[in-house]
Design a protein around this ligand. Structure first.
Ligand SMILES: Cc1cc2nc3c(=O)[nH]c(=O)nc-3n(C[C@H](O)[C@H](O)[C@H](O)COP(=O)(O)OP(=O)(O)OC[C@H]3O[C@@H](n4cnc5c(N)ncnc54)[C@H](O)[C@@H]3O)c2cc1C
Length: 180
């Protein structure tokens, strides 16, 4: 999306309704950034400038029996898309870190029912997710891991999973944001 003059931010297509020519994104309205400001001021009827779509992270997981989702609020659109593709045919669980200003308790997205929700320690993004994977039995075959959100958290979680014996091909990781 073009969120300001000359400024672009990427958003994940959460759902696509081809017949109606409609798609959904779930944008987080963070303080302080152009993407957040754009999300806050959007109103029904606004015209938005798009670029893409760009193939990025593959959300298809046919054959996987278990999906583990590890990320933050910026990955919720992706996780809801994954959930819509596989709910009923895969076990979906995971953990989500969120900033203090993000209230997920009143959010009714179906994917949230399977996720542990943890406030983010802004000095140590990913710390709650590291704790969560250490507490889980994640050594199940045919599991696909999605690791998304804060860049440093994504990198360290990927390494932690590999050190726990998870194969790299089973991890779909992508950094979505980082500190300026
Ligand atoms: C492939 C891809 C897909 C993405 N999909 C989505 C999506 O579906 N929905 C979505 O909301 N975002 C998504 N993002 C992230 C999005 O593009 C923005 O980078 C992000 O929302 C922050 O943009 P911003 O302009 O508000 O902040 P930035 O200008 O990037 O940052 C400004 C300030 O805000 C802070 N900040 C930024 N993000 C956070 C945060 N999560 N928590 C606390 N502080 C933060 C930064 O530390 C910085 O100080 C995606 C990114 C990629 C690469």
């Amino acid at each position: 999306m073009s969120v300001d003059t000359g400024v672009r931010r990427q958003y994940t297509v959460c759902a696509l309704h081809r017949a109606r020519g409609v798609f959904e994104v779930l944008g987080v309205a963070h303080e302080g950034g152009p993407g957040g400001r754009w999300v806050r001021k959007l109103a029904v009827g606004d015209v938005v400038a798009l670029f893409g779509p760009k193939a990025d992270l593959d959300a298809r997981t046919a054959g996987a029996q278990t999906l583990v989702l590890l990320g933050d609020e910026t990955a919720l659109g992706l996780y809801e898309a994954v959930n819509r593709l596989r709910r009923g045919s895969a076990s979906i669980r995971g953990a989500l870190e969120h900033g203090a200003a993000v209230n997920l308790q009143t959010c009714e997205l179906p994917v949230l029912a399977g996720l542990g929700l943890f406030p983010r320690d802004e000095d140590r993004p990913g710390a709650a997710l590291h704790h969560w994977i250490r507490e889980q039995d994640i050594h199940t075959p045919q599991t696909v891991f999605f690791v998304n959100g804060h860049g440093a958290a994504v990198r360290s979680l990927r390494l932690a999973l590999i050190s726990m014996g998870v194969r790299g091909v089973a991890i779909r990781s992508r950094a979505f944001w980082g500190r300026a």
